[in-house]
Design a protein around this ligand. Structure first.
Ligand SMILES: Nc1ncnc2c1ncn2[C@@H]1O[C@H](COP(=O)(O)OP(=O)(O)OP(=O)(O)O)[C@@H](O)[C@H]1O
Ligand SMILES: Cc1ncc(C[n+]2csc(CCOP(=O)(O)O)c2C)c(N)n1
Ligand SMILES: [Mg+2]
Length: 348
């Protein structure tokens, strides 16, 4: 497309997600003291009783975040709330309530809508978050879901993206890449037909029904040795970049330290080198585990207590150092370049 001076018309794809957000971030009035706005998993305002109020929102769009022919709508309802609960967990908070906005194609069968509601409300009951309102409109084509979530945290338990300190250990709360592997299976089922039913189902489960780390997030929030936290939605490398950017530090990730599930390893035996498999674990998104930094001196204590409480490891995957705000990846000590997998807008 061109404008009247026959210059190519600049589109939002030329900007990319970060620049689009930045255009809005700089254009408002100054925030009152005690309020954290754009830039973290949730916004933080003053709540009642000296607590902090958390507010987050996340969109799911048909053919961008899910495909109707792949997805059970009950799973979709679960995921729509799970990704929002995950943002509250990433702040060290506890969820309180949510709002649901839907844009529905008129042709959507009511059975689908009911399936979606069932999955959504099952998770809402599990975490005791009531639905307080929302909005409903018709959509010309795609099914679109927007959930807004609220929560609260004690001020001293709040974990932001900007708290990482030099010398910290970078950790994740679960194995990486399962959801991305599930997506690869959906995209090319023939290719992965050799994979056992069990491995396939586990990987698809991680993709369709991520379990938000709500209990883990609250516990990690209470640990003063945990300095910064974010949830893994965009992939380890992207989300580590957000931590590095907000904390003004350099993060180094050791590729051989990434935790991989047995299902993911089995998936990786099909037409992928071990290096390519680890690249998918580092760059693939939608893991919905937590990524955090812990003081080096306290790491082994926190990791031991985490394992005792939750029955799984807190995996160390890297370190925080002084330096430009960037993420370096090392394979056996040597730098490696890893391509980003998912971006909402292809051109940077
Ligand atoms: N259109 C927008 N206007 C204002 N702020 C925005 C807009 N889009 C995103 N943000 C803010 O920018 C920050 C980064 O957004 P982003 O959606 O990447 O959050 P995230 O938690 O990293 O990812 P996810 O969407 O997967 O949960 C958040 O603080 C978010 O509230
Ligand atoms: C059909 C289909 N194609 C691709 C993907 C992968 N995907 C979509 S959004 C996203 C990152 C997080 O998004 P956001 O930042 O918007 O929360 C990823 C990895 C998918 N789930 N379904
Ligand atoms: Mg997030």
């Amino acid at each position: 497309m061109t404008d009247s001076s026959s210059q190519p018309l600049q589109t939002v794809s030329d900007l990319g997600e970060e620049q689009i957000i930045r255009r809005f971030a700089g254009s408002g009035s100054d925030l009152p003291a005690g309020i954290t706005g754009i830039g973290d998993d949730c916004a933080v305002t003053e709540g009642v009783g000296g607590q902090k109020q958390l507010i987050g929102t996340d969109l799911l769009i048909e053919d961008i975040h899910f495909r109707s022919e792949w997805t059970s709508y009950r799973d979709l309802g679960h995921k729509a709330l799970a990704v929002n609960l995950s943002d509250i967990a990433a702040m060290g908070g506890r969820p309180e309530s949510f709002f649901l906005s839907l844009a529905l194609p008129g042709s959507m069968p009511v059975t689908r809508l009911d399936g979606f509601r069932k999955g959504l409300m099952e998770l809402a009951r599990k975490y005791e978050v009531p639905l307080l309102g929302g909005d409903t409109t018709r959509s010309p084509d795609a099914f679109m879901i927007s959930v807004m979530i609220t929560g609260r945290a004690d001020p001293e338990h709040l974990k932001l993206r900007n708290g990482a300190r030099n010398g910290d250990i970078l950790c994740v709360t679960g194995p990486l890449g399962d959801s991305a592997a599930g997506l690869s299976i959906l995209e090319d089922p023939e290719k992965y037909s050799r994979l056992s039913e069990d491995h396939r189902n586990q990987l698809l489960q991680q993709h369709f029904r991520p379990e938000p780390a709500v209990r883990e997030g609250r516990w990690l929030g209470k640990q003063s040795a945990v300095h910064a936290m974010i949830d893994l939605s965009d992939g380890l490398l992207n989300d580590a970049r957000h931590l590095a950017g907000e904390s003004r530090c350099r993060i180094t990730i050791a590729m051989e330290q990434l935790p991989l599930s047995a299902d993911f390893e089995a998936f990786g035996k099909i037409e992928r080198t071990p290096e390519q498999l680890r690249e998918l674990a580092a760059a693939g998104g939608e893991d919905y585990h937590l990524l955090l930094t812990v003081s080096q001196a306290q790491y082994s204590t926190v990791a031991r207590q985490f394992e005792q409480r939750f029955g799984r490891a807190l995996h160390a995957v890297g370190t925080v150092e002084p330096g430009p705000p960037e993420v370096r990846t090392l394979r056996n000590g040597s730098p490696v370049e890893i391509q980003q997998h998912f971006q909402h807008f292809n051109r940077p």
